[in-house]
Design a protein around this ligand. Structure first.
Ligand code: 3PG
Length: 307
């Protein structure tokens, strides 16, 4: 019997937790919950005797790993795993996994929530524009990018994508124009939506050189990670160009400066909301629980990140 801990500083919806409990209750494993914790020490105490851990954006660093005496597997219920110290887990023979795709629709829908808000001038009563006919650029064509493309077609937008790792034929097969460079994406599109992970290569990569290419009236949408933005360059450019808008689901470090200097052109969700739907919580949480059970009972390592 394994003890599985769900540790979520930002909890899953109540119904999603009930769904996850049902999955675990059908086995002989035990589920424990640590929700809305505020101190790292609470996480350190909670992991001490568990065999498996489910987290969201919660930081699982070497200190957490070393505080866990029996931990065998950590599953990030979600896509991005920049919060996991894979090396520390590898050193202790702990398997790390994510649940790719499970929350992608939820994030993609939020892109359009923020886009409609942007083109209708933050609902301030003035005439805005429509999304129909606009060119939408997707920086990366993974699970979220594909869902954004699908929904964009309903709005009759023209969709473009650049992805360094996805074959052009796959992008074109989805009815999306593949462009050869990030520069070409920024040159071509009225709106650019970011769907890249935060890695050593992508941190700060949305820089002055790219941002300066944004078309007149351009909108940048970020439902990915704050770290991919070169904040200083973005703020400087937006101060110089009153035509640009920035909509983000991840507050920049300089949130108050952005808010003060770019009123009516900058919006940040108070808390990261992309994956915050009952459906996405249930999909990702259930997948995480099933992956843990599959690994513990049968050694299944699909979606392992630290092979
Ligand atoms: C992800 O990487 O899956 C998304 O950014 C959602 O993250 P969250 O579970 O912390 O909301």
């Amino acid at each position: 019997m394994a003890k599985i801990l769900i540790a979520t500083e930002k909890p899953f919806s109540k119904s999603a937790v009930e769904d996850i409990i049902k999955v675990v209750d059908a086995t002989n494993h035990e589920l424990v919950l640590l929700e809305k914790y505020t101190e790292k020490q609470q996480l350190l105490d909670a992991v001490a005797d568990v065999d498996a851990l489910i987290v969201r954006s919660d930081i699982v660093d070497a200190e957490v790993v070393n505080a866990a005496n029996h931990l065998k597997i950590v599953v990030r219920a979600g896509a991005g795993y920049d919060n996991l110290d894979l090396e520390a887990m590898r050193n202790k023979h702990i398997v790390a996994m994510n649940t790719p795709g499970q929350n992608a629709n939820s994030v993609a829908e939020l892109v359009f929530g923020m886009l409609v808000f942007a083109v209708r001038n933050f609902f301030n009563g003035t005439s805005g524009t429509e999304l129909k006919g606009k060119k939408l650029g997707l920086l990366a064509f993974g699970n979220v990018g594909r869902n954004v493309a699908r929904i964009a077609k309903g709005f009759e937008m023209e969709v473009y994508a650049y992805d360094a790792f996805c074959p052009i034929a796959d992008i074109e097969a989805a009815g999306v124009h593949a462009v050869g460079t990030r520069e070409a994406l920024f040159d071509t599109c009225d709106i650019v939506s970011l769907h890249i992970p935060a890695t050593a290569e992508t941190r700060g990569s949305i820089n002055a050189q790219l941002l300066g290419r944004m078309k007149k009236g351009g909108i940048l949408v970020n439902t990915a990670r704050k770290e991919v933005i070169d904040e200083e360059s973005l703020l400087q450019l937006m101060e110089e160009r009153a035509d640009l808008k920035y909509m983000t689901d991840i507050k920049p470090d300089a949130d108050s400066l952005f808010a003060e200097k770019l009123a009516g052109r900058y919006f940040a969700t108070p808390k990261k909301m992309g994956a915050q739907t009952a459906e996405a919580n249930a999909n990702a949480g259930i997948a995480a629980a099933k992956q843990i059970i599959g690994y513990i009972e049968k050694g299944i390592t699909t979606f392992q990140l630290n092979k």
